[in-house]
Design a protein around this ligand. Structure first.
Ligand code: PA5
Length: 422
């Protein structure tokens, strides 16, 4: 099976491989030393206990039988991975039609915002469903998901009485208020590993349980991640495209290109770019440094932000994440054009035209990351590839990627205002 390919030839004239190999060696050794407090994700795909994966799968099968609607409560790294995977790999009409056809529960995400209307409507509509809830919080004390979890506990108690607890699944750190509650109440529980922070936790129970409930093949995801673990562990900068991407980001930032715009041409990748934004921003934007990341979905955003790309302030570079072979292609009506017969081919023409317009007129640096196809196997590779690129590029910029003091600071202010001590 093909690998993820990275083309930086239209972003930088020549990669300064020799002058950066020493720095890359340092960063590589640091990440692989086993001494970094939060680098548990580096060898997680190859070292994860098979029994844990089996427990996740059997729990997912139980949930699939127990409910028709599965609510995943979490914010940031505690939901974006699962959301991005389900959006990429399942039908775009999963909740509307597909779940019912395949006897799978519909999947709803909650706890990542405080929209009253959303929860009012969701709770109202869930009355006619059989419901299970999975609350995910590493700290076990983030306000938004915890408040929403309380709302769902009340809902489940009203609907199922004493049996409500059997419908609650908790994924949390090895200590903290949610851990204490889960143990006291006897919820089925999985651990967020102590050495992995939220945005790097997709391939742990945090992402894997909801993904499995949506009927996606965990073993294929993990195989892809293992393959990427090997490919991205080659310290040789000439060969490691993940490190090349990390280096190009660093070099572009040094040239004043401090904004990275992820562009996708298929809506199925939209939430993957939401996860990318979180991964990169929360990891590397600190101490007044870092690259601002944004994401655009084409062709939609060509008719709004396309104007900015073409004629706005040129302090950005573009990273297109594209899919080589599409699962289902659609023939164009009336025979299409001379060399363009399908929608996927037409989408490629749009992308090439956008790239040409930006490069010809503005010399905008363009990175192209090509995914071989949409599959669980490729998803596993993508997650690992970008996690590693993010960590390496943060270290090159002199930043510790595994802290998030800026995010913690707003959480702290809320607790202060509400007089919550914990
Ligand atoms: O990546 C991170 O660490 C954060 O985005 C967290 O996932 C997010 O803040 C939620 O935190 P918690 O899982 O503790 O509720």
């Amino acid at each position: 099976m093909s690998n993820i390919r990275v083309d930086v030839s239209e972003a930088i004239a020549q990669l300064p491989i020799e002058s950066y190999q020493g720095k890359i060696n340092e960063v590589h050794t640091r990440l692989h030393s086993g001494q970094e407090k939060f680098a548990g994700w580096v060898d997680y795909p190859s070292t994860v206990d098979g029994n844990l994966i089996w427990q996740i799968m059997t729990t997912a099968w139980k949930i699939q039988k127990q409910c028709t609607a599965f609510v995943v409560i979490g914010i940031g790294g505690s939901y974006l991975g699962a959301k991005s995977c389900i959006e990429l790999l399942q039908s775009p009409f999963y909740n509307e039609f597909f779940a019912k056809e395949r006897n799978l529960p519909k999947v709803y995400f909650a706890g990542h915002h405080l929209s009253s209307v959303y929860y009012h409507e969701l709770l109202h509509n869930l009355k006619k469903e059989e419901v299970c809830v999975c609350v995910i919080s590493r700290s076990g004390k983030t306000l938004e998901p915890m408040i929403v979890f309380d709302m769902f506990k009340d809902f489940l108690k009203e609907k199922y009485g004493e049996n409500a607890k059997e419908r609650i699944y908790a994924i949390t750190g090895t200590s903290g208020p949610l851990r204490e509650e889960a143990e006291a109440e006897g919820y089925t529980t999985f651990d967020v590993p102590d050495d992995i922070v939220g945005r790097f936790s997709v391939l742990t129970p945090v992402g894997l349980l909801p993904i499995a409930v949506a009927g996606i093949d965990l073993e294929a995801i993990l195989q892809g991640a293992r393959q990427a673990e090997v490919a991205c562990s080659n310290p040789d900068l000439k060969e490691n495209e993940c490190y090349q991407y990390a280096l190009v980001r660093h070099l572009l930032m040094e040239q004043g290109k401090d904004m990275e715009i992820f562009e996708v041409y298929d809506g199925k990748l939209r939430y993957f770019t939401e996860w990318l934004k979180q991964l990169f921003s929360e990891s590397e934007c600190k101490d007044g440094k870092g690259i601002f990341t944004a994401s655009l979905q084409m062709s939609t955003d060509l008719h709004s932000m396309g104007q900015f790309l073409q004629e706005g302030k040129q302090n950005f570079f573009e990273t297109a994440v594209i899919i080589e072979d599409i699962t289902y292609d659609v023939m164009l009506p009336n025979g299409g054009f001379d060399d363009v017969k399908t929608l996927h081919q037409l989408n490629r023409v749009v992308r090439e035209s956008v790239k040409e317009a930006h490069i010809d007129e503005n010399n905008t640096p363009n990175i192209v990351i090509t995914l071989p196809e949409i599959s669980a196997y490729t998803y596993g590779k993508m997650v690992y590839f970008f996690e590693k690129a993010c960590a390496v590029s943060s270290y090159l910029n002199g930043i510790d990627p595994f802290t998030q003091p800026g995010v913690e600071s707003y959480k702290h202010k809320i607790r202060e205002r509400l007089g919550i001590v914990k």
